[in-house]
Design a protein around this ligand. Structure first.
Ligand code: ADP
Ligand code: MG
Length: 463
């Protein structure tokens, strides 16, 4: 009799319900409602514990985040199993969504609304109207406009905009978001930097209460903009989470736009299957703007501040600040500020003073291109082989020598030099420079020393 009384309650629960109860105590209520309420357990003949979930996305999320907890629950509830598997059963995604909605209402009213939804965080000035078109960015701009006009309905999915710092990648991502919201070409737009994505996911791991907004944000997204994905480099767990979301949204024809500081396939330690999927969309670069575009950017920026600058000033600044639009704008802001408070007004002298640290005519003669040509000639290869993306030995050494000499003989940054060498990463320039420096100090490398000395002799003549 005692045995019957004791067993009466548990026997009304299935083994999985017991496990669910166990899990419910270990995670936040919202997490449980979102990921565990609509699940079932089937133990197959071979002993595999198969967790049935509403869809593939949920299966992936649960497996990636809760497999250990489920095993623990099965063991605690004495469910024998030889392996664990997750099986999507045909139910609509909306089931999970509805549950998530309900949970959101009953739980966590204080959920931090970081960047999701119509209230997405967009910087006011970063629109297509304020973006100056030039040879260096026309492809990226055209692709950005296309996806903004018809998100998910272009061949550019994902669209990946890559290039050096300060060349307009964030501006373009933001402009897409602005446009899509203003013109209502999609419902939900999310802009997030990969650093924020990483932080939010890490937060979720620490405090499962945050799980609902973390995933829900992406479930509802029609247009997802992730800035600076190179930040995912070497972060395997984050890459997995990113891939789950990326894959789900693409399957649903939702638009994804990413930015990166280098060609995605050159991001170190990025999973091969992610890179493969990137190649299915459009990868388009933004390069440093040419003189004409730099002048147009300066004029437009000055105009937006209610100023018209003398042509000679615009030309002077644009001729000297080459690699980076951010720097160009920085000098302009300083110029307007200084000139406004000087007795002499908007003179060239003030521009000269401000650009003091920038390039001089002498360095102009020794441009990266010039050095590349001289090195290619010295090694008897075509200059285009230096920027080609090949690891062929005959180009590798001259390329490293040319990078080393560019670093030594110009004031260009590693970033700009890398871009001239076929859009290579700045870290490649650093590595090449270090290698040549070490080789030059190596007693066995007399041939290399002679070659470099010969080229440097000619550089001296030019400088
Ligand atoms: P990135 O994300 O590539 O580092 P940003 O998009 O932040 O660069 O651009 C740096 C600054 O330069 C921003 O203020 C941006 O508005 C401006 N900018 C870059 N390219 C252009 C352009 N083509 N026209 C107008 N402004 C630009
Ligand atoms: Mg940026």
């Amino acid at each position: 009799m005692l045995a019957t009384a004791l067993s009466s309650e548990p026997t009304q629960m299935t083994p999985w319900q017991e496990c669910q109860r166990y899990i419910e105590e270990k995670v936040a209520a919202s997490t449980f409602e979102t990921w565990f309420r609509a699940t079932e357990l089937v133990v197959r003949n071979d002993g595999c514990a198969c967790i049935q979930v509403p869809n593939k996305f949920a299966a992936d999320i649960i497996e990636a985040n809760f497999a250990d907890l489920i095993k623990e629950a099965l063991t605690a509830c004495a469910v024998g199993f030889s392996a664990l598997a997750f099986e999507p059963v045909i139910r609509e995604w909306t089931v999970v969504e509805q549950l998530a909605e309900q949970a959101a209402e009953t739980q966590n009213r204080q959920v931090p609304q970081t960047v999701s939804g119509k209230t997405g965080r967009f910087y006011p000035g970063y629109t297509f109207d304020t973006f100056v078109e030039g040879d260096s960015n026309v492809m990226a701009l055209t692709a950005a406009r296309s996806v903004a006009e018809a998100p998910g309905n272009t061949k550019f999915n994902p669209l990946i905009i890559y290039g050096g710092t300060g060349l307009g990648k964030t501006h373009l991502l933001q402009a897409i978001g602005h446009y899509a919201q203003a013109e209502c070409t999609v419902g939900q737009v999310v802009y997030i930097t990969s650093e924020e994505f990483t932080n939010e996911y890490t937060q979720f791991l620490h405090d499962k209460k945050a799980s609902l907004p973390f995933y829900k944000k992406f479930m509802d997204t029609d247009l997802l903009l992730i800035d600076d994905i190179q930040f995912f480099s070497g972060k395997g767990k984050i890459q997995e989470q990113f891939y789950l979301i990326f894959d789900k949204l693409l399957q649903e024809n939702k638009q994804i736009v990413l930015s990166s500081d280098c060609l995605p396939e050159n991001i170190p330690d990025m999973m091969a299957h992610i890179i493969n999927r990137f190649q299915g969309g459009l990868n388009v670069d933004v390069l440093p703007p040419n003189l004409e575009t730099r002048m147009a950017i300066l004029r437009k920026k000055a105009e937006s501040e209610g100023r018209t600058l003398p042509d000679e000033v615009v030309q002077y600044i644009a001729e000297r600040i080459k690699s980076n639009v951010r720097e160009l704008q920085g000098i302009l802001t300083k110029y307007i500020f200084s000139a406004s408070f000087s007795d002499t007004g908007f003179t060239l002298d003030i521009a000269k003073e401000l650009c003091g640290g920038a390039l001089t005519g002498k360095e102009e003669r020794l441009s990266v291109k010039r050095i590349m040509t001289m090195v290619a000639d010295a090694y008897g290869i075509g200059v285009n082989q230096l920027s080609a993306h090949t690891r062929k030995k005959e180009a590798a050494l001259p390329r490293a020598v040319a990078m080393y000499l560019c670093k030594k003989w110009t004031r260009q940054t590693n970033l700009t030099i890398g871009l001239e060498f076929g859009g290579r990463n700045h870290s490649t320039v650093i590595a090449a420079t270090k290698k040549i420096e070490a080789d030059l100090a190596d007693a066995t490398q007399a041939e290399l020393r002679a070659k470099v000395a010969d080229i440097e002799g000619r550089l001296k003549e030019l400088s």
